[in-house]
Design a protein around this ligand. Structure first.
Ligand code: FAD
Length: 277
């Protein structure tokens, strides 16, 4: 049972265009997921969950001993205590940074990821953006130490990637090509593996993931609606990894080509002096 505050799942989410795919995946589960929409959770107890439907005064109760809370995250409370004026925060209280990822009041401080909002950009909070911003900060620290000009951040989404269950996912490559199922899941995993910060992280995570995929360490059998488990098939695993690898390489290669095209001759735009002025 999925209890959702809004009348639609994934509303306002970066993956909202994958709503139909997600709804189908929930419906196709061995035990279909029942949706309770327009419902505000008012209480979670040891053996129950209470919710209130829109336009209703009374609450309803679901008996359950397992609740998975996925209602999002709040800003880190530390952010409130920083001496940054309201004029330099967004409406959610997040500090704003320049395109070189420096705080407006304190250019010697860099901030990125979920705890900062880049001026004049509308980046969604997400790992893909956070990774790219992290790289820009590293480059800018190096530039600062060499008294060179700083680089503006130029993050882009590599399409949207969504997990829909064990070995099931959807990769919407550059928001144009949708790859679903096991191949979509492999593209998702490979795309995130490629983003890991150091070769050793990448090697460890890749070998762990490959060994799970090929030797099925999950000991998992995908149940079907008929109740018969699908046989685990190493060849199917290898085939989906190969398909995922080709697509992920194409995705990363394409992105790099686009990046080089758009950045050739692109000079850093903001200097420390300009910022101080
Ligand atoms: C359940 C869930 C699923 C998600 N799935 C996806 C997804 O599929 N794709 C995607 O792109 N994004 C996803 N995200 C979002 C993604 O995780 C974040 O956008 C990303 O991690 C932001 O990176 P960050 O470095 O800004 O923050 P974080 O990764 O949150 O890192 C912040 C770090 O700061 C540390 N920290 C906090 N306070 C202090 C302190 N006072 N002192 C020192 N350290 C501190 C924390 O321990 C943490 O290690 C998901 C998020 C959640 C919660």
């Amino acid at each position: 049972m999925l209890v959702n505050h809004g009348q639609e799942i994934l509303k306002g989410d970066v993956n909202s265009h994958l709503r139909d795919t997600a709804l189908k995946a929930l419906k196709d589960k061995a035990i279909p997921v029942e949706l309770v929409l327009g419902a505000k959770v008012t209480k979670v107890g040891r053996d129950r969950l209470e919710y209130q439907l829109e336009n209703e005064e009374s609450t309803k109760t679901i008996s359950t001993q397992t609740v998975v809370w996925t209602a999002g995250t709040a800003n880190n409370p530390l952010l409130k205590t920083l001496s940054i004026g309201d004029e330099n925060r967004d409406k959610h209280g997040l500090p704003m940074v320049t395109d070189t990822l420096q705080l407006l009041d304190f250019p010697e401080v860099f901030a990125a990821g979920d705890c900062a909002v880049v001026l004049d950009r509308s980046y969604p909070p997400g790992a893909q953006i956070a990774y790219q911003e992290g790289k820009t900060i590293a480059k800018n620290l190096m530039a600062l130490s060499q008294n060179k000009e700083l680089h503006p951040v130029n993050a882009s989404m590599r399409g949207t990637l969504m997990k829909l269950g064990i070995r099931n996912g959807v990769a919407n490559i550059f928001d144009k090509v949708k790859v679903k199922g096991r191949a979509g899941d492999s593209i998702r995993s490979l795309t995130y593996l490629e983003m890991l910060p150091t070769p050793i992280h990448n090697f460890n995570a890749t070998t762990e993931w490959l060994s799970d995929e090929i030797f099925h360490h999950h000991h998992y059998h995908q149940p079907t609606k008929s109740g018969q488990p699908k046989p685990n098939n190493r060849l199917a695993g290898l085939a989906s990894i190969a398909a995922g690898a080709i697509a992920a390489v194409a995705l990363v290669g394409g992105l790099t080509a686009v990046w080089h095209t758009t950045h050739s001759g692109n000079q850093p735009q903001t200097t420390q002096k300009q910022l101080k002025k």
